[in-house]
Design a protein around this ligand. Structure first.
Ligand SMILES: [Zn+2]
Length: 263
């Protein structure tokens, strides 16, 4: 699984933006986060979202429709890069915990696609039941992420993506055998807690994922948090064993991918 945040991708003389894109072997998932406060009334038949706050009514464009447009733009982007698009799902996360969500017409689409961001852990697993056919290899997933990151033209930093608790889900080194996160490092080897698989270099893939998700550079402290290696000296040793370039002095040193790091 690869997760990208705050993408802004040029297409046909305009841009499309995606708050969160989750790339899995089975499907892609677009999540748009809305931090609106007040009472949110979804009226999809008119493509409207009404927000009532302090007796003031405001109309916003339908966020479900927005994510559908993003999905079709993403599809066009992938086709342009000769990638057959896998199924693309779309969700709308309401990140303001004070917001009251209303669906007066009991619209199925609204109850299916709109959710509170605190419930994200329950919202995504059902898609794995719907889409059971793996369509993308690990390399395909990386390729999609790389194309998107390369095309990305940031406008302004977007603090809203911090509202989704995804960073917790991707922490830890992933087992290449069973894909579980959180391998343990000791005596020069990574051991999977779930299946017992051992590997010497799983930190390389973990760091590639880190750079794809958060972008370079990385500090030794961030590397330790991400890989859950507690020892400073072990983390330093692993970092200096990889094809990385670094800048800064010992304490404030940051690491970036070296020339062949993604090969
Ligand atoms: Zn495993």
């Amino acid at each position: 699984m690869v997760i990208l945040y705050d993408l802004r991708i040029p297409i046909n003389s305009t841009h499309f933006q995606i708050d969160t894109l989750i790339i899995t072997p089975y499907f892609l998932l677009i999540i748009d986060s809305k931090n609106y406060a007040g009472t949110l009334i979804f009226l999809p038949e008119f493509n409207q979202l009404i927000r009532v706050q302090n007796d003031i009514e405001e109309v916003f464009s339908d966020p479900i429709l927005q994510t559908k447009i993003q999905a079709s733009q993403l599809k066009a982007f992938l086709k342009k890069h000769y990638i057959t698009p896998p199924p693309i799902e779309n969700l709308v996360a309401i990140s303001n915990s004070q917001a009251i969500i209303k669906n007066p017409t009991n619209d199925k689409e609204v109850s299916y696609r709109v959710f509170r961001s605190s419930n994200v852990a329950f919202k995504i697993p059902p898609f794995y039941k719907t889409y059971t056919q793996p369509l993308l290899s690990r390399n395909d997933m990386k390729k999609i992420a790389k194309y998107l990151i390369k095309a990305h033209e940031p406008l302004v930093p977007n603090p809203k993506s911090m509202n989704l608790p995804f960073d917790k889900m991707v922490k830890g080194v992933q087992c290449p055998a069973c894909e579980a996160f959180g391998m343990d490092y000791h005596q020069g080897k990574w051991t999977c807690k779930s299946c017992g698989h051992k590997s010497k270099d799983s930190h390389i893939q973990a760091l590639r994922d880190y750079f794809l998700i958060f972008g370079p550079p990385i500090t030794s402290k961030q590397f330790r948090e991400f890989t859950k290696i507690e020892s400073h000296s072990k983390a330093k040793r692993i970092l200096s064993s990889m094809d990385l370039s670094y800048s800064g002095t010992t304490k404030g040193r940051t690491y970036s991918p070296g020339k062949g790091f993604f090969d």
